[in-house]
Design a protein around this ligand. Structure first.
Ligand code: NAD
Ligand code: ZN
Length: 362
């Protein structure tokens, strides 16, 4: 399957590439960017053993001198400590301003290394090589980088764009099934907010897409590329989330609150977003915006892709509601909801707490 390339017109511009097996050609892609020979790769402890052994000789053969730093896998690594450790490592090697940092991993590696690249020597070239489904369709695109603070997630960060995003869907073969499944939530999200055709494609192929024993190579590449395309379209319009970019938070108002009150760990991000989309769709139906048939279609697709659509958690609706009011996206007193009008189109409206309480209680 030929690589699918999309040029992003933000800042100085860069390419996103979706290519099955593309990781095996990373050296070729880096060469095209005319980077100095030394490249600094950061990855996590899960990905290291799977991909680094083959990557090093490949980069060496392409004329590069790769250096690797490995962080512990998991959200805990999006920390000041890990960030400092990366700075220390780069300084020890006297890494220079033209030399590139490569983020090989999921959203954790991408956010942390992206922020390190944004700040080390006031900015060095960054290459994003996302290896989780969530990172390929979402976190590696859009330039948001950062780390967590003990007071909350993603509180420290910067907008910083990479020089290249290389998404190789073949890396998803080694991704644990639960992580792969949560990635579909963001993909369904793109269908609901922007693209009825993508939504229908997912409906038609849900079973095939879930079965990774025989991966539907071309279809997967096409879907991932389409999601990248949609996110790029939005950020080209609204890079810093002053307006339209907010629609990407469909399902996230409730989703973030649920993650918050249940303590990170009970629900994966995508699972929480799936439940958040179920809630937002119900609110939209109550408000007379979204039809019953469309609510059913959305929820059926989420379930077909292995995502949760009914809440069986340990926290109370009341606590989730309180957490939503603390969220940074609240304007005035009312929570602003991203609600579908039809599959492929959403609106943003504030809603009184009572109607939300009513839905969450059911
Ligand atoms: P992650 O990076 O923790 O990856 C999930 C798990 O899968 C980890 O254990 C990782 O080691 C493992 N893994 C990743 N790729 C693998 C592969 N190919 N084979 C085997 N194991 C693999 O988490 P994630 O879900 O990729 O990303 C979540 C993070 O992304 C969160 O910190 C979130 O805040 C951030 N995020 C950022 C943005 C943004 O715009 N910057 C958007 C959405 C999410
Ligand atoms: Zn998300």
């Amino acid at each position: 399957v030929a690589p699918i390339v999309r040029h992003v017109h933000v800042g100085t511009g860069y390419d996103t590439v979706v290519e099955w097996g593309g990781l095996q050609r990373l050296g070729t892609y880096l060469k095209q960017l005319q980077l100095p020979p030394r490249v600094f790769i950061v990855t996590d402890s899960n990905i290291h053993d799977i991909y680094i052994p083959a990557l090093l000789p490949q980069l060496t053969a392409a004329g590069f001198e790769p250096h690797v730093y490995t962080i512990p896998a998991g959200e805990g690594s999006k920390s000041q400590q890990q960030l400092s450790a990366i700075y220390d490592w780069l300084l020890e090697q006297h890494a220079e301003r033209r030399e590139a940092l490569v983020a090989l991993g999921g959203g954790v590696v991408g956010d942390l290394v992206g922020y390190a690249a944004a700040t080390y020597l006031r900015g060095v070239p960054l290459i994003q090589v996302p290896t989780s489904l969530l990172a390929q369709v979402d976190s590696a695109i859009g330039g948001k980088t950062g780390i967590n603070h003990p007071r909350g997630k993603n509180l420290i960060g910067a907008f910083y764009h990479p020089r290249l995003v290389l998404a190789d869907p073949a890396t998803l073969l080694s991704l644990p099934e639960r992580s792969r499944t949560e990635g579909w939530a963001e993909i369904v999200k793109y269908g609901i907010i922007l693209d009825a055709e993508l939504f229908a494609l997912l409906e038609a192929h849900a079973d095939t897409l879930r079965d990774f024993s025989r991966p539907p190579v071309a279809l997967l590449c096409q879907i991932i590329a389409r999601c990248i395309d949609l996110k790029v379209m939005i950020i080209e319009e609204d890079e810093r989330e002053q307006g339209r970019r907010a629609i990407l938070n469909y399902g996230h108002t409730f989703g973030h609150a649920l993650e918050n009150v249940s303590g990170y760990g009970e629900w994966l991000h995508g699972e929480a977003v799936s439940l958040g989309m179920v809630v937002a769709a119900m609110l939209a139906r109550e408000a007379g915006l979204f039809g019953e048939q469309d609510v059913l279609r959305q929820n059926r697709l989420l379930a077909a892709l292995g995502l949760p659509i009914t809440y069986r958690g340990s926290v109370y609706g009341r606590d989730i509601l309180a957490a939503m009011q603390l969220d940074k996206k609240v304007v005035g007193k009312q929570v602003r909801w991203i609600m579908p009008k039809q599959i492929g189109e959403v609106v943003i409206t504030p809603l009184p707490d009572e109607s939300v309480e009513h839905i969450i209680a059911t």
